[in-house]
Design a protein around this ligand. Structure first.
Ligand SMILES: NC(=O)c1ccc[n+]([C@@H]2O[C@H](COP(=O)([O-])OP(=O)(O)OC[C@H]3O[C@@H](n4cnc5c(N)ncnc54)[C@H](O)[C@@H]3O)[C@@H](O)[C@H]2O)c1
Length: 338
């Protein structure tokens, strides 16, 4: 049985990943999470399983992280803990640097100390275990696209927000540990995720929440910004596939080939709500859509070319946007109506 550390396991993707790993492996999962505002406290406190241990802690605490690796002898790490909301990184960038850069450094260094005797030489116990450190990153490290083209693994990094710059920095640190020390690490850069347990501040939950409360549904600028959407369990499956199969030092772009403008997402959700929970006054929910002042430096378009993970690791998303968004809206309807 592997001892798997998932950092940020009480967050949106981390909690879905833990559920996925418990259902699809026989490993023991350690969920390390600081429980910031972004964590799902219900998941952290009430999701129980005999192969799941919850540990409250901060990845920025160097001594604690070193001790934790020595105590539990993790042989696989999925690193998701991060500050993840671009708007917050514009308001308060410092915590993004602390968590996303310094926190990642602490984890890399603790893994290096646990697994390796010296650069490129594994400790005997870990040599046979084939340990892996998977750093979960974002397509936002590549910056913004115009109407044409896709991000590939060879696209040069050009982050434009404090969030994406902090993630790009952490990606570079990971690769430096691969090249300098031979740390068995890999990176995934994924597009926008959607699905259950995403924090209320993100676009899709905001649209559903505001629609149901009768408030204006805020859409930045002219709503034409394009994102490439992937259902969260498809991302989890990709992460598991990469951790199990990727060669050391590889990076994989993960995306759903679902490019959609923000305004079209909002309209689509409003149409679903019109059918499943029509407004009492008979008006369409889309009447609540309101354009608001654009985010400073708002990237225009992200689009992933996922051919490397499709060809090398035979990964394919299972969910279409139509089926995934329907499930997502149903999940939030239960949450907001309970
Ligand atoms: N959500 C997306 O669309 C998306 C897309 C691509 C990549 N990613 C990356 O995936 C990862 C997870 O994203 P998410 O959307 O689930 O984020 P999230 O904000 O929902 O969850 C982050 C979790 O990390 C925890 N955390 C924050 N700081 C911590 C610290 N110092 N120590 C320990 N735990 C801490 C939080 O409590 C929270 O539970 C992030 O690294 C993000 O950059 C997200």
């Amino acid at each position: 049985m592997h001892k798997i550390l998932v950092t940020g396991g009480a967050g949106f993707i981390g909690s879905n990943l833990i559920e996925y790993l418990l259902n699809n492996t026989s490993d023991h999962i350690y969920n390390l999470d600081k429980l910031t505002y972004a964590a799902d406290l219900d998941f952290a406190h009430n999701y129980h399983h005999d192969r799941l241990t919850f540990i409250k802690g901060d990845i920025c605490d160097t001594a604690f992280i070193q001790h934790l690796f020595q105590e539990h002898q993790f042989d696989k790490v999925y690193h998701l803990a991060a500050e993840s909301h671009v708007d917050n990184s514009i308001e308060n960038p410092q915590v993004f640097i602390e968590t996303n850069v310094n926190g990642t450094f602490n984890l890399l260094h603790a893994a290096y100390h646990l697994w390796m005797e010296q650069p490129r030489v594994f400790k005997p116990d870990f040599k046979t275990m084939q340990p892996r450190f998977l750093h979960i990153s974002t397509d936002e490290v590549y910056g913004s696209l115009e109407d044409d083209g896709f991000f590939t693994e060879k696209t040069p990094y050009a982050p434009s927000s404090p969030y994406s710059a902090s993630k790009a920095s952490s990606d570079h640190l990971v690769m430096s540990y691969v090249h300098t020390y031979g740390l068995p690490a890999v990176i995934t850069n994924c597009s926008n995720n959607y699905g259950p347990r995403q924090h209320d501040e993100k676009l899709i939950p905001v649209v559903i929440r505001k629609a149901l409360s009768g408030e204006p549904i805020p859409i930045y600028g002219d709503g034409r910004n394009v994102r490439d959407w992937l259902y969260v369990t498809d991302h989890c499956q990709a992460l598991h596939t990469v951790l199990e199969n990727a060669s050391i030092g590889e990076n994989y772009n993960v995306g759903g080939k679902n490019e959609i403008r923000n305004i079209d997402i909002a309209n689509h959700i409003c149409e679903i709500l019109d059918t499943v929970m029509p407004r009492k006054d008979g008006q369409p929910y889309a009447a609540q859509i309101t354009y608001v002042k654009d985010r400073p430096g708002h990237d225009y378009r992200y689009a992933i070319d996922p051919s490397k993970i499709e060809k090398d690791l035979q990964w394919q998303p299972a969910e279409t946007f139509k089926s995934g968004i329907k499930k997502t809206v149903e999940w939030y309807l239960k949450k907001y109506n309970s």
